[in-house]
Design a protein around this ligand. Structure first.
Ligand code: PEP
Ligand code: MN
Length: 265
């Protein structure tokens, strides 16, 4: 069980230091699943920043189920993220899949994401633990809470204390109407078990944009420290995860709804 106070994870972004933690305001992370081109990533950055997000999250290296699906633009997408960072002042979060890419990702990213599929890639966990950028550790789709906390422990044990835990839904038996089952019970459970900050990702959690706002509200009611929401300027044309992505207009509306119930930073 947890001993002592909640940890704060401070992330340096171009305009400000953003603090994640139990005793701080809700932090909103938003952006497309994949960085597709300069126009869309810069437009998304502008729109989510105007709505109150603190981070732009977009994938350069994508862990796709099929090897024939879009795999992300890789290094050129990192350059586009750097550009979006510069024009918007938002912090950048992007995923590492291969430890060999870590150094160049860390040049652009203010926080490094380890995705659900790599949650127990222990050598990758040791590598992100041996560098200084904060790490966003998503829960594996079939990981128990114990598995997840031990994965976080790999990062902490390697010397990096700045870890945020992100629930993104687990596999259960119904995949007809929801992509995953968003396990919001982790919020009070993690609060009891760990000092680390908590993020909820309702987009991957439910898989359909129409259900995302309700679950974002529910996550706040449960006491989450932060939210990750997928936003795309044209979800119908997205190269990945279009069905679960909000339009910028819908995201604006969600942000004003959230402001009524949560303390958005
Ligand atoms: C993502 O964040 O776009 C992603 C691939 O998430 P997850 O690892 O949770 O599936
Ligand atoms: Mn996605």
């Amino acid at each position: 069980f947890r001993h002592g106070e909640a940890s704060e994870v401070v992330v340096n972004t171009p305009n400000e230091d953003v603090v994640f933690g139990e005793h701080h305001s809700l932090v909103i992370v938003a952006g497309p699943c994949s960085v597709e081109n300069e126009e869309m990533i810069v437009e998304t950055a502008r729109r989510v920043k105007a709505a109150g997000a603190k981070f732009l999250r977009g994938g350069a290296y994508k862990p796709r189920t099929s090897p024939y699906a879009f795999q992300g633009h890789g290094e050129s997408a990192l350059e586009l993220l750097a550009k979006a960072r510069e024009v918007s002042g938002l912090g950048i979060i992007t995923e590492v899949m291969d430890g060999g890419d870590l150094e160049k990702i860390a040049e652009v990213a203010d926080m490094i994401q380890v995705g659900a599929r790599n949650m127990q890639n222990f050598s990758l966990l040791k590598q992100v633990g041996s560098q200084s950028k904060p790490v966003l550790l998503k829960r594996g789709m079939a990981a128990t809470i114990e598995d997840w906390l031990m994965a976080a422990e790999y990062i902490l044990a390697a010397g990096n204390p700045n870890v945020i835990l992100c629930e993104r839904g687990i596999r259960t038996f119904d995949r007809q109407y929801t992509r995953n089952t968003l396990d919001l019970s982790v919020v009070p459970v993690l609060r009891k078990l760990t000092h680390l900050p908590i993020m909820i990702d309702p987009s991957h959690g439910v898989g359909w944009s129409e259900f995302v706002p309700s679950m974002a509200m529910a996550a706040i009611a449960a006491g989450t420290d932060s939210l990750m929401i997928e936003v795309h300027p044209n979800p119908a044309k997205a190269l990945s995860d279009g069905p679960q992505s909000l339009t910028p207009d819908r995201f604006d509306k969600l942000m004003s709804e959230l402001a009524v119930i949560g303390k958005v930073m």
